[in-house]
Design a binder for this molecule. Structure first.
Ligand code: IMP
Length: 423
């Protein structure tokens, strides 16, 4: 058993990572977010209350764990402090259990203006960004113009801020701003002042010390593999490395220190925003799944597109990440369907292929389905995997055989209690 495990999404995000991190945290000493930012919405539910986290790791509700916001994350202080303010009345002491990397980059109000302008300029080709300023912030990071949280401790921070803002305004070239910039800046600066009361740290060093001290570390991914900037459905992707490699660069965690790679997927597929989605159900059944699965974005409220399970994409995600354990979420949502389709190949430019091609556009590619038996039973009250319907067990075994990886957990509802361990 190695000290650090990674947990990440294998589809287009919203797989249910937050719930699983929360369930697993009792086994870990450190929970660390390694990429993304407030575009994420990790939902946790326990004792009848729903909590949505955007930037803060999902281990925050367990007093024992140290929660790290790693260098690969981008932070909007306004959204961050709103999260902190919601946690305080629940007795969560963030000063004690949270550490923020000095190397994490800051999302400025003008990054959000640039995000909005970029999407508007793309017209019908827009990505469907969450408009949280994620793309422009990562562009400034790799362009070596970004501001890091640690910079706030420098005497010339104000000057650096003004210089970056001036650059952004020049790029906007007089375009009508999407919101009142002066008001947003004043809110941002007061949130920043409050955020500095929280512990900043050299979290890469913290992680390495924790590893050497034999502590158990869980790296928590955001979004999903199909939104990865390299391996996802480019350009309809996010701007960070959502795959296992991102845990190394986003935390300072060496690859040879990683043990298990836990891949989370839903029993079907969803996607929010634009871009290819081969198994999409743009029909009444898709709508029924959306309603039953409450498939509406936890960050933006947008309806999620829904579709059948795409095993070609899932297997690709298993390979890219080196997944060692699979966890299947939302099995309860498919109850009542007599038959289920699963995509086992693509027909691409006339030939049948079983890998993910360079482009997934509907004009080039058609899914090939295999039909499996569904299950009628309501699963939400099942607490023992032996009580799962035989057809669900066959569905799971089919997935295991296709991907070559065991499905260790099946989730049958949002609550911590609705979690069934198969192994
Ligand atoms: P951005 O990351 O806000 O720039 O958005 C880029 C694409 O990723 C859009 O299609 C978003 O809908 C999608 N996206 C970003 N974050 C998430 C997430 O946490 N869950 C699901 N989709 C996301």
């Amino acid at each position: 058993m190695k000290g650090a495990d990674i947990l990440l999404g294998l589809q287009w995000g919203d797989e249910g990572k937050g719930k699983i991190v929360d369930v697993l945290t009792r086994d870990y000493d450190v929970v660390a977010r390694f990429q993304g930012g407030p575009n994420a919405g990790h939902t946790l539910e326990f004792e009848g209350i729903k909590h949505v986290l955007h930037t803060i790791p999902s281990g925050i509700f367990h007093a024992k764990a140290i929660n790290i916001v790693g260098n690969g994350v981008v932070i909007d202080p306004v959204i961050f402090m709103r999260e902190i303010d919601k946690l305080a009345p629940l007795g969560v002491d963030c000063a004690k259990s949270l550490r923020i990397s000095r190397k994490a980059h800051l999302i400025l109000p003008t990054h959000r203006l640039l995000d909005a302008a970029s999407e508007a300029a793309k017209g019908k080709n827009k990505i469907g960004s969450t408009l949280k300023g994620i793309g422009p912030t990562y562009m400034d990071k790799t362009g070596r113009n970004g501001l890091r949280i640690g910079d706030v401790e420098l005497p010339d921070f104000e000057e650096r801020y003004e210089a970056l803002k001036a650059k952004h305004l020049q790029m906007l070239d007089g375009a009508e701003p999407a919101f009142d910039l002066a008001a947003a800046e004043s809110e941002w600066k007061s949130a920043m002042d409050r955020m500095l009361q929280l512990p900043l740290a050299d979290t890469d060093v913290l992680i390495q010390e924790a590893y050497r001290a034999g502590k158990r570390i869980l790296a928590e991914g955001a979004q999903g593999t199909m939104l990865d900037v390299d391996f996802g459905t480019y350009p309809f992707v996010t701007s960070s490395t959502t795959t296992a490699a991102g845990a190394c660069t986003g935390l300072g965690l060496a690859p040879n220190r990683i043990g298990e790679v836990i891949g989370i997927f839903k029993a079907y597929c969803t996607r929010v925003g634009s871009g290819p989605f081969p198994t999409e159900l743009d029909n009444d059944l898709g709508e029924a799944i959306r309603q039953k699965g409450h498939e509406f974005g936890s960050t933006t409220g947008r309806p999620r597109r829904t579709g059948w399970l795409d095993l070609v994409a899932l297997k690709y995600a298993v390979e890219v990440n080196g997944v060692t354990q699979l966890m299947m979420m939302k099995a309860d949502v498919l109850s009542g369907l007599e038959h289920l389709e699963v995509c086992t190949a693509y027909r691409y430019r006339g030939a049948e292929i079983s890998h993910l091609p360079y482009r997934l556009d509907a004009s080039l590619l058609e899914p090939v389905y295999q039909t499996l038996a569904g299950w009628r039973e309501d699963l939400t009250a099942v607490r023992d995997p032996k009580d799962l319907p035989a057809t669900l067990e066959s569905y799971v075994r089919f997935i295991e055989a296709f991907t070559g990886v065991p499905v260790v957990l099946v989730s049958v509802g949002p609550d911590r209690e609705q979690t069934l361990w198969r192994r």
